[in-house]
Design a protein around this ligand. Structure first.
Ligand code: ADP
Ligand code: MG
Length: 264
């Protein structure tokens, strides 16, 4: 079943949008889980001080000894930082509130945009995919993710003004490409919380389709109560409600993104 990933370097994918509540974490967690189910060795990196990806996998923050903070600030050897998630082939580098401090401490450090890239270098051979869940800002933490990644996936909520802020995000991505990471590319734009019963949702999808005909993912992630309940149980969608529309949509999205990323 396992399609061999090309080359020995993993795909490093940042899930980014400076807006909060658009589905970044839900997408990062479920994509990571589905990739692991498809035989890929996956590392999920939580680089948001809110630590929602960490909690979503059922990991108690109080018990954490090493986190993304240590990866960025050199607080522990990188090889010792990933935690087993309790799912086959899925590890996580968790985050907690301490990471908010890193955003400040990094400012005066050398290679401040490259700390994540440097930190994961010794881990690359262990994984086929590395998925990074970004915070809702374009600050130094997100910048570290964009410098460590080869590609970005942008979740957009199917809401009025979904495209607002996207210009700023694109400018940031262009600046990163120009000055820091020329190989960075946008893998796709994924529409989340799609409600097919409303005209608005379809209008938003149509509009994004016009702006990004190449980038918009075919798979729409439906608005689903089950998707929003799963994290409070520490479960991914396929664990919580395997036949639900949300879980199925993330399975399809994963196939679509594997097709885009592992092609060639
Ligand atoms: P972000 O990481 O961009 O802030 P989240 O993934 O945390 O966004 O999603 C924000 C909130 O919306 C969370 O409570 C989450 O459970 C919920 N949510 C995310 N995707 C969906 C969806 N497709 N349907 C319903 N609720 C969703
Ligand atoms: Mg989040």
């Amino acid at each position: 079943m396992k399609q061999q990933a090309t080359g020995s370097q993993p795909r490093v994918l940042a899930i980014a949008n400076q807006k909060g509540g658009v589905g970044k974490t839900t997408t990062a967690v479920n994509l990571a889980g589905e990739l692991a189910r498809r035989g890929r060795r996956v590392l999920l990196i939580d680089i948001d001080p809110q630590g929602n990806a960490t909690t979503s996998l059922g990991i108690a923050k109080a018990a954490l000894t090493v986190t993304t903070y240590d990866l960025l600030l050199g607080g522990a050897p990188p090889e010792t930082i990933p935690l087993a998630s309790g799912r086959e082939r899925l590890d996580i580098i968790p985050a907690d509130q301490e990471l908010a401090g890193a955003a400040v401490e990094l400012v005066t450090l050398e290679r401040r945009e490259w700390r994540l890239r440097d930190g994961i270098a010794p881990l690359l051979h262990r994984y086929d995919w590395i998925v990074i869940d970004c915070p809702p800002s374009l600050g130094l933490l997100t910048l570290n993710a964009l410098c460590a990644a080869q590609s970005v996936l942008i979740p957009l909520q199917c809401e009025y003004l979904a495209l607002e802020g996207l210009a700023q995000l694109k400018t940031t991505l262009e600046r990163v490409r120009e000055h820091l990471n020329p190989l960075l590319r946008i893998l796709g734009v994924v529409m989340t919380m799609y409600d097919g019963r409303t005209n608005l949702a379809q209008q938003v999808v149509d509009e994004v389709q016009r702006y990004f005909p190449q980038l918009i993912c075919r798979t729409l992630i439906p608005r689903s109560v089950r998707l929003s309940e799963a994290p409070s149980h520490g479960r991914m969608a396929y664990e919580y409600d395997p036949h639900g529309r949300g879980a199925q949509a993330y399975a399809l999205l994963t196939d679509e993104l594997i097709g885009r990323e592992e092609r060639v």
